[in-house]
Design a protein around this ligand. Structure first.
Ligand code: G3I
Length: 371
């Protein structure tokens, strides 16, 4: 199914220029009927602080009984435009979507996101360039030489980052490169396995050459606290910066669960990176819970969830250089959580019908208090 869908929209590698349709002018921001600008997350946010969401599409959505959310669901699009001033590609810029065959790129889905963002005065987070997951079979099973692979990665980064030059505020250049014990993922990650750790610096350099203004990030989950994994990032980034590798930021995805305690040292941890002169960001926040048999969260669960959202936002607001805060989807209707975690869900800030949960109100009030 996927290959048919992709084949209909593939763009052959020779088409190098950015289409003029990407160069949209900002139009007035759509608002959810009945909500004034001040009553939205982006309206409440302090100046310069970006409040974002992942744009639902690709990935788990393809196995769900609904059409592509971003392109098909008009109420969804209205809320997306009204509430957020930053958008991240949930799946649409990953290798398997944007580079489905060797030498063949499919920019269609990513172009639509970038165009939407321009139309609604939003910045874009690009996700992601060097990762062990969601790579196409032609790449993972290609048996390329080291020189061949290196050239494939270089071309991909130059091509993808170059296409959106000036349109992407932050790129997750390297995603999830360490295990929980702080070891590089040299088994699963094709780039690290075949080319060694030096490829990380190259990836940042190539991305910087392709778009000198985009801020370039390391991004991972399980790095909210001071722990072996975040220590590994701190050490690696310190080393890379000493070598003048253009690393600008470190981001904590923040897929949390009320089953576990809140990572209370998040702010302390982010400040370690900020002290290196780096930007930091929260890039994929959601807070899942074990659903009761009814499937409806209890008031206590929703209150605890709201507390986790608030504390994550507050930690970011308290750190210099943490000015990008993204939730991994805003409606439970499209969340990845129930697909991955059996019996868990309700992880976002809105119900299936876009009704605002306590977590939504908590975020908006926390933002408004900092204006
Ligand atoms: O590729 C297989 C396909 O062969 C199979 O037929 C199909 C059956 O359902 O599954 C396909 O894999 C899906 C994959 O996306 C393909 O794109 C998985 O089931 C599906 O669960 C997966 O979901 C995405 C996931 O990344 C993959 O890692 C989610 O939509 C997306 O929200 C999620 O996002 C990640 C971030 O990129 C990185 N941080 C963690 C975050 C949550 O997992």
């Amino acid at each position: 199914m996927k290959s048919i869908r992709l084949a209909t929209a593939v763009v052959v590698a020779a088409a190098l220029s950015v289409p003029s349709t990407l160069v949209a002018t900002a139009a007035p921001v759509d608002r959810t009927p009945g909500h004034s600008a001040k009553d939205t997350l982006r309206g409440a946010a302090p100046k310069g602080f970006h409040i974002g969401t992942a744009v639902a599409g690709g990935g788990h959505h393809e196995s769900q009984p609904y059409p592509d959310p971003f392109t098909s669901d008009q109420p969804y699009r209205r809320v997306l435009a009204a509430e957020f001033d930053s958008v991240s590609a949930e799946n649409q810029m990953k290798w398997e979507y944007i580079h489905p065959e060797r030498g063949t790129y499919n920019f269609g889905m990513a172009d639509k996101i970038v165009r939407f963002a321009k139309q609604h005065g939003q910045v874009v987070r690009g996700h992601t360039l060097l990762w062990h997951s969601q790579n196409p079979a032609w790449l993972e099973q290609g048996n390329f030489t080291a020189a061949g692979l290196r050239s494939i990665l270089r071309d991909h980064i130059k091509r993808v980052v170059g296409r959106y030059k000036g349109s992407i505020q932050q790129w997750d250049v390297a995603n999830e490169i360490f295990t929980d014990t702080g070891a590089l993922r040299t088994t699963e990650n094709i780039w690290l396995r075949e080319l060694g750790p030096g490829i990380i610096a190259d990836a940042f350099r190539w991305a910087h050459e392709a778009d000198p203004k985009a801020k370039l990030f390391f991004n991972d989950y399980g790095v909210e606290s001071v722990n072996a994994k975040s220590d590994a990032y701190l050490a690696l980034i310190t080393q890379l910066r000493a070598q003048h590798v253009p690393v600008d930021g470190f981001s904590a995805q923040s897929h949390l669960s009320i089953r576990y305690g809140f990572p209370g040292d998040l702010e302390t941890n982010l400040k370690r990176f900020s002290a290196l002169g780096l930007k930091t960001a929260i890039t994929e926040l959601d807070v899942r819970m074990d659903l009761p048999e009814s499937g409806v969260p209890t008031e206590a669960q929703l209150a605890q969830q709201a507390d986790y959202y608030t504390r994550t936002l507050t930690a970011c607001l308290n750190v210099r250089g943490c000015d990008s805060f993204t939730i991994w989807g805003f409606t439970d209707k499209y969340s990845w959580v129930p697909v991955f975690f059996q019996g868990e869900g309700a992880a976002t800030v809105m119900g299936d019908d876009f009704s605002r949960k306590p977590a939504y109100t908590a975020l908006r009030n926390t933002l408004a208090a900092r204006r």
